[in-house]
Design a protein around this ligand. Structure first.
Ligand SMILES: [Zn+2]
Length: 284
């Protein structure tokens, strides 16, 4: 008798636990589940359809990530992992109207290569005039990243050139044993005139000749995602124009501070430089 009562009570407890967690839980998926510093990951959220129609908020490493809604109660976002992120497990907090869910992403350690380069002194030590120009242009670029426009990109991201990669993301360069810089992009080989294509749909927000980048084109893909194409010999699109994925936006060249013709390609997500190779791998 007592046993039966106990069984009934246990069943009631289990049922209550099950129904409450099922009706209120947010479903959160990460792709991939493990990253290295400089990567980008994709978060997929399904909210409780009964809760308020407001978009949930995602917080990672002290930053709020803007989500986009695909349909009904499904939300998505691309999240940057800055290159200086210390390797460990990080909480990703998802907050919806009446729900809060905590998932974790593992940032594994990664040993970025260090390269010692010897260059003519005048290429390393800039004149005051060049320093001022470079600083002005760095500010011009930095002014682009905070603009968070509606999403234009759709589906997977494609490579900007159909050529081999000659320098990966994150390489630490020590020039003449004094000045160090981190390579915040990917270099693609290619002779002058090789086509450079848009990695996804976007709006051209900059076509300028810069001191370091030479002819530089920037695409705004929306939701704080930008792609940067440098050292171009020619622009095939102009500022204000909307381009589609795979469209030729310029030609490879060696303008600016380049030792030879190649494409320096970079990706900025919410103001953070991320490894383009991590973006190309995502199944979107
Ligand atoms: Zn480069």
């Amino acid at each position: 008798m007592l046993q039966k009562l106990f069984d009934k009570l246990l069943l009631a407890i289990i049922l209550t636990a099950l129904t409450s967690s099922y009706s209120y839980a947010l479903i959160v998926e990460l792709q991939p589940k493990e990253v290295v510093p400089g990567d980008v990951f994709f978060i997929k959220i399904k909210t409780n359809p009964k809760s308020s129609p407001e978009a949930p908020q995602v917080e990672f490493a002290g930053k709020t990530v803007k989500l986009y809604q695909d349909h009904d109660n499904h939300y998505y976002a691309l999240v940057p992992v800055a290159i200086d992120t210390a390797p460990q497990d990080y909480p990703v907090t998802v907050i919806s109207a009446d729900e809060k869910e905590l998932v974790h992403i593992t940032v594994k350690p990664y040993k970025f290569q260090t390269k010692k380069i010897t260059l003519p002194e005048e290429k390393v030590i800039l004149s005051l005039q060049d320093q001022e120009r470079a600083a002005r242009e760095a500010e011009l670029l930095a002014g682009l990243w905070p603009k968070n426009t509606p999403r234009i990109w759709r589906g997977r991201f494609t490579k900007p050139a159909d050529t081999a990669i000659s320098e990966v993301f994150g390489v630490k360069r020590i020039m003449n044993g004094e000045k160090t810089s981190i390579h915040q992009g990917l270099d693609f080989r290619g002779s002058t005139g090789t086509p450079v294509t848009a990695i996804n749909s976007g709006t051209v927000v900059l076509t300028e000749n810069l001191f370091f980048g030479g002819n530089t084109l920037v695409l705004d893909h929306g939701l704080g995602l930008y792609s940067v194409y440098m050292h171009l010999s020619k622009f095939n699109a102009s500022t204000g124009e909307t381009v589609s994925k795979g469209q030729v936006v310029g030609l490879i060249g060696s303008t600016g501070r380049a030792t030879g013709p190649h494409l320096h390609f970079g990706v900025k997500l919410l103001g953070v430089s991320v490894n383009p190779e991590a973006l190309f791998k995502l199944e979107l």
